[in-house]
Write a protein that binds this ligand. Sequence first.
Ligand SMILES: Nc1ncnc2c1ncn2[C@@H]1O[C@H](COP(=O)(O)OP(=O)(O)OP(=O)(O)O)[C@@H](O)[C@H]1O
Ligand SMILES: [Mg+2]
Length: 225
Amino acid sequence: MIEFKQINKSYSDGLVLSDINLTVNDGEFITFVGRSGVGKTTIFRLLIGEEKPDSGELIVNGCNVEKLTKSRIPYYRRKLGVVFQDFKLLSRKTVYENVAFTLVVSGASNKKIKELVPQAIGLVGLSGKENRFPHELSGGEQQRCAIARAIVHQPKILIADELTGDLDAIYSWEIMEILLRINKLGNTVLIATHDRDIVNRLNKRVITMENGKVAKDQAVGRYMI
Ligand SMILES: Nc1ncnc2c1ncn2[C@@H]1O[C@H](COP(=O)(O)OP(=O)(O)OP(=O)(O)O)[C@@H](O)[C@H]1O
Ligand SMILES: [Mg+2]
């Protein structure tokens, strides 16, 4: 479960999030929408511990994220899968190596790597392309690879910010189908998007942000901005 309790957050030039209260249950699929600059990415940055709130509590599976020390944050992040729009694949590594990389760095055994990497690559539909380099993939395939990398350690929560921004409609929906598949496996999925068609087609919970606040929170929502 994720709980935002009276979260306030400002940057140097003013308040961005004001009194955010939200509860996300395990296994939910939630889309954050709202005008550019409203604070969607900031919510995700708080969640991954990259930014701290000015006040309030942010509790993720019982862990007070705002209280984590810098040295604990890498361990905390292993519970999450994160894909940001500017995801960067390692250009000199293959699909397989890109996906395996975080496992290798975190000291996973070879046995674990051999089990988990093909699973993640299969889940995003990139089987057969393990040996390609990023420049040999389409934009959509690169995003799939970034998703595989984000989920390879089997996090219970996946956060995807503006993933489909530069893909056309068919490829965007294919990416959503992958996220829905990950959600069906019991994982929580949080996304932010400006894509009206995707939001309306998903038929999932939609949180609409306005003026730094949650303006609407609809269990089965539509894009209304
Ligand atoms: N590191 C930062 N320092 C100062 N201001 C920031 C920083 N990051 C974001 N902001 C400001 O905070 C506000 C919220 O930004 P945020 O990136 O969360 O918006 P967003 O809803 O994700 O927008 P978009 O839809 O364009 O991605 C914006 O006004 C932005 O300029
Ligand atoms: Mg953003």
